[in-house]
Structures are given as structure tokens and as C-alpha cells.
Design a protein around this ligand. Structure first.
Ligand code: FAD
Length: 480
């Protein structure tokens, strides 16, 4: 029997049940990635993808096995691959959000028409959808009860087998020399072109994009930062979080395998305080389950009345926000960190999202789209939940009248101004008092040779005015 294992964003070899089972029960296994430029993901995501595919391909080649890559219209390539490898069945890990949901539907239609078994695995979830439900057997839409229910079910979680390399012979099942000779192992040209651009090279120098790189990052985080995670995680100038999000997004490390790694480590180190971090991993799980139950939220707000929100669409505001030129230093620092590295600290993501949707009154969809294009960890489920949470239109959202005050956030979480100084160097000479709101300290700016409006922008909005306008808008919404 030949099994085609279809990779979507599980770009790893370990802790991978679909591959594990295929190898155990088949004579031949084709590990295949399909790249359809029509269903493209964001640009920053794409450059990570190109690198991750290259890394996985190298891992396979070192075992004399092949990663097959078909590039072009998905349906045509999928049917072609089934035929080329003479597959009798297809295994894949179920993914939520677009473009994955559409591709999974197309695969289902093709397999049904050809009478080929298509088996999904729910290995990218901790719990199969439907396992963690409330008393009415409905999905949770508030995080804390979900979290408690999930914790009570952790004992049911099964660890995955660690690795697919049971026997050296196993790898021979994955060797496809004839297809390699036809070039079916090449990284798609459009991805390579994107990756060669200077902005992409600049981002990639911050990352080691491989399965091994993910495990090394996890190990570093557990040894150095896990213990103080709760105290430090909100301070963007400190490297206190794992920064594993892009690896998790691309499945270079399995979230469930991380949980079992934490359990194993805590056996030898009983004081290891891993629970607060597990809580964050369960936010991820929550987002995935929400996307499973409410897929429409990728495009429309979970809370319908938000369709009546009178969003403005102001190209100048959006441009200033995207380019980190709003004149509000904590916002500009975050947006420039994003542009430079493809990543932004979680606290700052919340603050920039609040400014865009509340002070600047631009739809959360503008922000979601920009993040989808520029984050290396851009993830349909997490991104949607994050934006709707801040905008106040999602599940378990912050009350929609509440907005983050960027100045208070800046003073509280970047008290010394170190994060701002790193990303907004033109004002780095300012004192820790002035750096959060230079326009309120014009004398100091002048003294330090910084002219606002020339060297650094004046703020694009008056924050107290924008706050009261936001409150008026939500008053209107309350009547809807
Ligand atoms: P850690 O603090 O080390 O947490 C570990 C992992 O838990 C993360 O890698 C992530 O997978 C998960 N996690 C942590 N916080 C959250 C959260 N609030 N929601 C869901 N999962 C979480 N995260 C993405 O992975 N992709 C996105 O596209 C994304 N967009 C966001 C948009 C907005 C507006 C906001 C407010 C948040 C968004 N997040 C997104 C969530 C969060 O900001 C990142 O997951 C986190 O900053 C990643 O850093 P880390 O890996 O160091 O996290």
C-alpha cells in the first residue's frame, strides 16, 4: 500500500502521527507539500515557509528520503500527485482557517471522486473538537471556563511517539528518486524570489528556521525564562517569552509535544513553574477551536452588532500606523519591530491594535490584514482572535468601551524607555520621562536637538479627543 502524507503546515518529522502511522502501515510513503500561488499566505509567512521547506528537505535528504513539492493549481497538482505515487490513501493533519479549509474541501472532493480514503488527524490540536464543551454541549466562548475545563482533561492527553525513525529501512519507503529526477523536490520559484528580496533577508537573519531550531529555542526558554514568565512576560524590552509562535504556526514543533516535554522536565525539576505558560498554549488551543466552530469569524465579527460600527477608512492613518510614523513612540516601536523582524511583542500587539481600531477608528480587518502579511507567525486563528478581542467584537472580548491608553501602557511596561530607544532611535536621547510622549516635552526635545514634525512626527491624533469620540461611537452601538 502507498500512503500520501499531505503536509500543510506541520513541517516537522517528529511527533507527527499522520507520518508515523503511514510509515508503520504502508510499503511506500510520499510526503508531499502542495504550493498553489493562488491560495497564497502573507509575505512574511511565505518567506518562513520557503526556509522551513528547505530545512525539512535537507533533513529528509540526509536520510536519503524525499520531500516532494508540487507547485501550481492545487486541485490539478493533488490529482497528479495521487497518480504519480499511485496512492491508495491520504493522511493529513486537520488545519483551521484559510487557505487550509478551502484546500481541505478540494482534497475531499477529489478523493471522494477517485474513491481514495482521506484520513484527517487532529494532532495539531490538544483536544479533538467536541471534547472540551460546556454543560450545554456547546463550545466555550469565554476563555477562563474553557481553560479550567481543558485543565481537567489534561490527564486524557496522549503523548505522540517521538520520532518516525524506528528502523533505518523506514526512510527507504520515503525515497522517490524518479520524482526527484523530474524536479519534484524543488522549492517553488515564487517563494525563492520572495525570499531573495532584501526585506526578507533582513527578517530571516533574526531566525533559525528549522525543527531543531524550534527545540533549541524551547530548551533555552525553559532553562532561562520559564520560571519568571509571569513577572516578565509583559515587558517588551525583556526577552522573557518563548518567541516560538512562528515555529508553532508552521508546526515545526508540536504544541502537544511541548506539554509533554514540560511534564518530563518538571519530573527532574519539581519547582519548575510551567503552568502560566501552559495557559498561553491553551489560548492558542482556544483560538483553534473557535476557528473550527465559528469559521466565519475570519471575515466578520463574532458579535454581529459590530457590523454597525461606523468605521472610517483613512489611508493616511493606516499608512502612518503601518510605517511606525504615528508620533506615539510605543506604537511606532512595535510597528517597526514588526517590519524589521516579522514579530511583535504580545503586549505591544494589543496596544497597537487598540490604537488602530479605537483611537483611529479603522476596522480591525485593516489591522488583521497587515499582520497577516507582515508577521512570520501570522496565524488565521490567533490573529483573528487577537484582533477581535482588542476591537471588542470577538468572544470573551475586552469590553468595547475600554481602550488601552498607549501612554500609560508605555510608562508601565517600558518604564525606562528601552524598547522605544531600540526601535525609534531618532528620539533615543530623550529622558525616560519624555520618551513616552515627546510632544508633551517639547522643551526637552529642542534642548536635545529633536524637532518634532521634522525628526519625529507629531502625534496623528489627540489621544483624549480620540478617546471621547470612541466612547460616543460605542454609545451609538449600544443602542443597536
Ligand atoms: P509566549 O508568551 O511564549 O506563548 C507561547 C505560545 O502560546 C505562543 O507562541 C502562541 O502560540 C501561544 N499564545 C500566546 N499568547 C497567545 C494569545 N494571546 N493568543 C493565542 N495564542 C497565544 N499569535 C500568533 O501566533 N499569530 C498571530 O497571527 C497573532 N496575532 C495576534 C494579533 C493581535 C492583535 C494580538 C493581540 C495577539 C496576536 N497573537 C498572535 C498572540 C500573541 O501575541 C503571540 O502568540 C505571542 O506574542 C507570540 O510570542 P511568544 O511565542 O513569545 O509567546
Amino acid at each position: 500500500k502507498t500512503t500520501l502524507v499531505w503536509l500543510q503546515r506541520e513541517l516537522r518529522l517528529s511527533h507527527f502521527p499522520a507520518l508515523e502511522k503511514a510509515i508503520a502501515h504502508s510499503e511506500r510513503v510520499a510526503l508531499v507539500y502542495f504550493h498553489d500561488p493562488k491560495h497564497s499566505i502573507g509575505d512574511a509567512n511565505s518567506i518562513w515557509l520557503a526556509q522551513a521547506l528547505q530545512s525539512l528537505k535537507n533533513q529528509m535528504r540526509s536520510k536519503k528520503a524525499d520531500l516532494l513539492i508540487f507547485s501550481g493549481d492545487f486541485a490539478t497538482c493533488f490529482a497528479d500527485a495521487l497518480q504519480q505515487v499511485q496512492a491508495q490513501q491520504v493522511f493529513y493533519s486537520f488545519q483551521v482557517g484559510e487557505p487550509f479549509a478551502s484546500l481541505q474541501n478540494q482534497a475531499l472532493n477529489i478523493c471522494q471522486a477517485q474513491k481514495i480514503a482521506l484520513q484527517p488527524f487532529f494532532s495539531e490540536f490538544w483536544f479533538d473538537p467536541g471534547v472540551v464543551l460546556n454543560q450545554q454541549k456547546n463550545p466555550y466562548v469565554v476563555f477562563t471556563p474553557f481553560y479550567k475545563a481543558a485543565l481537567s482533561k489534561l490527564a486524557l492527553l496522549e503523548p505522540f511517539n517521538e520520532t518516525v525513525t524506528h528502523q533505518p529501512d523506514d526512510w527507504q519507503k520515503l525515497a522517490w528518486p524518479q520524482l526527484r529526477a523530474q524536479g519534484l523536490d524543488k522549492i517553488p520559484e515564487d517563494l525563492l524570489q520572495l525570499q531573495a528580496q532584501s526585506w526578507a533577508q533582513k527578517i530571516l537573519k533574526y531566525w533559525t528556521v528549522s525543527e531543531q531550531g524550534a527545540w533549541e529555542k524551547l530548551d533555552f526558554f525553559i532553562r532561562h525564562n520559564l520560571q519568571d514568565y509571569t513577572e516578565d512576560r509583559d515587558f517588551p524590552a525583556i526577552e522573557a517569552t518563548s518567541v516560538l509562535s512562528p515555529y508553532l504556526h508552521f508546526g515545526q514543533i508540536s504544541s502537544r509535544a511541548i506539554y509533554f516535554e514540560l511534564l518530563a522536565r518538571s519530573e527532574s525539576e519539581p519547582a519548575l513553574n510551567y503552568q502560566p505558560w501552559v495557559r498561553q498554549l491553551l489560548w492558542r488551543e482556544f483560538a483553534r477551536l473557535l476557528m473550527w466552530f465559528f469559521p466565519y469569524t475570519e471575515k466578520t465579527p463574532f458579535q454581529e452588532k459590530f457590523n454597525a460600527m461606523p468605521w472610517q477608512s483613512d489611508a493616511e492613518f493606516i499608512r502612518a500606523w503601518q510605517q511606525g510614523q504615528t508620533g506615539i513612540p510605543i506604537i511606532d516601536a512595535g510597528m517597526r519591530q514588526l517590519w524589521e523582524t516579522g514579530y511583535m511583542h504580545n503586549r505591544v500587539r494589543m496596544v497597537v491594535a487598540s490604537l488602530l481600531t479605537k483611537d483611529l477608528n479603522q476596522s480591525w480587518l485593516h489591522g488583521l490584514q497587515w499582520f497577516a502579511d507582515t508577521l512570520v507567525d501570522a496565524d488565521p486563528a490567533n490573529n483573528t482572535m487577537g484582533w477581535q478581542w482588542v476591537a471588542g467584537c470577538g468572544v470573551d472580548a475586552a469590553p468595547y468601551y475600554r481602550l488601552f491608553n498607549p501612554l500609560r501602557q508605555s510608562e508601565r511596561f517600558d518604564a525606562e524607555g528601552d524598547y522605544i530607544r531600540q526601535w525609534v532611535p531618532e528620539i533615543k536621547a530623550l529622558s525616560k520621562k519624555a520618551i513616552h510622549a515627546p510632544w508633551l516635552h517639547q522643551a526637552e526635545c529642542r534642548m536635545k536637538g529633536i524637532e518634532l514634525g521634522r525628526d519625529y512626527p507629531l502625534p496623528v491624533v489627540d489621544l483624549s479627543e480620540s478617546r471621547s469620540q470612541h466612547l460616543q461611537r460605542v454609545e451609538h452601538l449600544k443602542q443597536v
